[in-house]
Design a protein around this ligand. Structure first.
Ligand code: PA5
Length: 424
């Protein structure tokens, strides 16, 4: 069980001495994270949260999940950014095996999307979970207005109260006030964890439990990450090595990190990662641009640029070692397409050869690449991986010299939009 980092394809791009030169900066960043002595230290609750999540909360949410599964055919999850991506990323990573389908709202303002959601409310027995830490974000607030009105057309009294669950700040924000005045069930998001680090809080745990995910294994993955990635010896800590490698490459002009996977169920993990890294590091005129591709699909579209375009890219592959699905390639008597060479082999074996070929070709084409491999695509490993990336961006951001825990830039468009909407 675990997560492994392969750095073979960094040779000639990143040397051990360059990593060692960053050790003092990384040790300083480690101290800032653990002793809360750095910028943004009000938002470091996530560092030790996994070991502090009460087992009783996990049990309570699993019981809530069973209850909801007994009376609902669909879940509508309303939220955006950190209150959306981790939920979708986890459910899609786990292969959509959840006990009830989850539909997402409040992450855009498309009336087309909202029309589809309202049809689900009208035609199925639903439970709504609305998630907003601030409780005042435009997209989920408007989506909840519309969905709540539809719920009230369909349900009333105790039945309505049973089917709307709010996840928000303990005291602040409009959503807390709504939960109180409507007597909806509610769960508290800790104050000291920012949106993009919040998947291990009630933000992730409540909707994942409703969908039937094994949140105990998920939390265990986080706890394992908390223990494993606290090792200050950088050379023995893959999480810190990842942070160091990114910084060395960035200083050499590799300003784009392409997260690439040969598994489409990882696509939303890369979306979650893009928010985490883009919002944490992209400030003060600095930051690696986080991008993503799904392969081999995108090798037939982005492959040319990756192999042969401007050499400002490095690649991080995200692979899964053992998959549950067996799919053997059949033999064909005529061998018209000349693929009997792989007849009898697992399709996943071919997929992994495609990874090896791509890593090698891109390396030869001047794209340094590293690979993070998860043993399995299960709730435990995705929990551990989230912690790996969270800790690495905390270290990486401090080494870069930015505050990884604020996001002043996301306010600019909101001010202009509120002016256009006439919002006070
Ligand atoms: O990282 C962030 O803080 C943001 O992207 C938030 O996750 C996003 O805006 C949602 O915020 P809230 O949960 O307050 O509605």
């Amino acid at each position: 069980m675990g997560i492994f980092l392969n750095t073979d394809y960094l040779k000639g791009f990143v040397s051990e001495s360059e990593i060692k030169a960053l050790v003092p900066a990384i040790e300083g960043a480690h101290k800032d994270l653990h002793e809360k002595t750095g910028a943004g230290n009000d938002f470091l609750g996530w560092v030790t949260l996994p070991s502090q999540i009460p087992d009783a909360l996990v049990a309570e949410l699993m019981a809530l999940g069973k209850e909801v599964q007994s009376h609902s055919e669909a879940i509508i999850s309303i939220g955006i950014g950190g209150s959306y991506l981790g939920i979708r990323s986890t459910l899609e990573f786990l292969g959509g095996d959840q006990k009830i389908p989850v539909y997402y709202a409040g992450h855009n303002m498309s009336a087309i999307d909202m029309g589809r959601i309202i049809k689900i409310v009208e035609n199925k027995r639903v439970t709504v979970v609305v998630i907003s830490k601030s409780g005042v974000t435009t997209e989920p607030a408007l989506a909840f207005r519309i969905v709540d009105a539809a719920m009230k057309r369909k349900y009333s009294g105790e039945e309505l109260k049973k089917r709307v669950i709010c996840v928000t700040d303990e005291k602040k924000g409009a959503l807390r006030q709504i939960a109180q005045s409507q007597e909806y069930r509610s769960y508290v998001i800790p104050d000291d964890v920012g949106g993009r680090f919040s998947v291990q809080t009630t933000v992730g745990l409540v909707p994942l439990a409703l969908a039937g995910v094994d949140i105990k294994a998920f939390v265990d993955g986080f706890r394992t990450g908390e223990k494993e990635y606290a090792n200050t010896n950088v050379l023995n800590n893959p999480c810190y090595q990842y942070a160091a490698i990114r910084n060395v490459l960035y200083k050499k002009g590799k300003t784009i990190e392409m997260m690439a996977s040969f598994y489409p169920n990882v696509q939303y993990v890369t979306e979650w990662w893009k928010q985490l890294y883009g919002e944490s590091e992209g400030k003060g005129g600095q930051g690696i641009f986080p991008a993503s591709t799904i392969l081999s699909t995108d090798l037939h579209s982005m492959g040319q640029l990756m192999q042969d375009g401007m050499r400002n890219i490095f690649e991080t592959f995200l692979m899964i070692d053992t998959i549950d699905q067996s799919m053997v390639i059949p033999s064909q008597p005529e061998d018209t397409d000349k693929f009997n060479c792989v007849a009898g082999k697992e399709l996943d074996w071919v997929n992994k050869q495609a990874y090896k070929a791509t890593a090698d070709a891109h390396f030869e084409g001047g794209v340094p690449n590293l690979c993070i491999t998860l043993d399995k695509a299960d709730a435990f490993h995705i929990g551990q991986l989230y912690y790996f990336f969270e800790k690495a961006v905390g270290i990486s951001g401090y080494v870069l010299g930015v505050n990884p825990f604020d996001q002043p830039g996301v306010e600019a468009y909101k001010k202009k939009m509120f002016a256009l909407l006439g919002k006070k």
